[in-house]
Design a protein around this ligand. Structure first.
Ligand SMILES: Nc1ncnc2c1ncn2[C@@H]1O[C@H](COP(=O)(O)OP(=O)(O)OP(=O)(O)O)[C@@H](O)[C@H]1O
Length: 280
């Protein structure tokens, strides 16, 4: 039930991108991966899907080295949705979503009834059923992102790793997508989403992991991980905080803090909150 890294280090083009990342992710939780541009979030997500090889440490799935698992098993167990995902061919949206079932199908086999049901379910959940027959290359950015989200959902994997799944979406679909990711986690999927919107991250995620400069800076429930000190240190911003009418706490990034990212005005030991506990 865990996807974990131990002392994970990644180098690309001779540069250290991730260094000493220790993380133990639990299914049934929505984890938000946040950090400034270039922090290493996408690289960490790629490492969690075994799409980039570590130079030190490694990634395990339920205690087994992820790199040792057959590729098709990995693809069935870990679904990925990457930012800037292009749809290269003029195929229908339903056919795009059906690609999510490939890890479940034998070569050249037609989709089974179970595949068809999973595809229909995923399209409904991503609110794209009405786009099923549209040619995917003609979709808007937000529609395309929802189609790719549906493709990832159609895998019905144990883990869903999503890189900026809401960036291109309008406010209503951002809320829908976050609600959907949280619902998927409540059904037992381990969901890890790279998010730039700290308000959405704080509101919807069970756990927040903050990366900066390739290192893990904070890890814990949103209130603890997104403290004022952390926001100043990692992002160089202040936040306004409050409570909505339904009682949910919120934070809004408000102004530059003056210290800037990596400004060093914050005690690292004071902001790390290791070991968020599952909320199953
Ligand atoms: N293939 C590559 N070769 C060399 N450097 C790379 C490669 N891919 C990423 N990087 C560098 O690694 C660092 C981390 O990149 P990554 O995309 O993981 O950051 P990120 O936190 O997802 O950023 P953003 O928020 O801007 O999307 C960046 O400095 C980037 O330029």
């Amino acid at each position: 039930m865990t996807l974990a890294t131990r002392d994970l280090g990644i180098r690309l083009d001779g540069r250290t991108i991730l260094d000493g990342i220790d993380l133990s992710l639990t299914r049934g939780m929505l984890t938000g991966l946040v950090g400034p541009n270039g922090a290493g979030k996408t690289t960490l997500l790629r490492a969690l899907a075994s799409l980039v090889a570590p130079v030190q440490g490694g990634v395990t799935l339920d205690g087994r080295a992820l790199s040792a698992l057959p590729r098709d098993e990995r693809a069935r167990r870990i679904a990925v949705l990457f930012q800037g995902g292009e749809i290269g061919w003029p195929i229908s949206v339903r056919e795009v979503v059906a690609l999510g079932r490939l890890p479940h199908r034998r070569a050249f086999a037609d989709p089974s009834a179970a595949d068809g049901a999973a595809i229909t379910r995923a399209m409904a959940r991503a609110d794209i059923a009405h786009l099923a027959e549209r040619i995917a290359t003609s979709l808007s950015s937000g529609e395309r992102m929802r189609a790719l989200l549906a493709r990832a959902l159609a895998v019905e994997a144990e883990w869903l790793l999503a890189d900026e799944p809401v960036t291109a979406l309008d406010p209503a679909h951002q809320l829908d997508a976050m609600t959907l990711l949280r619902a998927a986690s409540r059904e037992g999927t381990g969901v890890v989403a790279v998010l730039h919107d700290l308000a959405l991250a704080a509101r919807f995620c069970d756990r927040i992991v903050v990366l900066s400069g390739g290192r893990l800076l904070a890890d814990g429930p949103p209130d603890a991980a997104l403290s004022d000190g952390l926001l100043a240190h990692a992002f160089g911003v202040t936040a306004e905080r409050g409570r909505a009418a339904d009682g949910t706490g919120y934070l809004l990034p408000w102004a530059r803090s003056g210290s800037g990212p990596e400004g060093g005005d914050c005690d690292r030991a004071g902001i790390c909150v290791p070991g968020a506990s599952p909320t199953e």
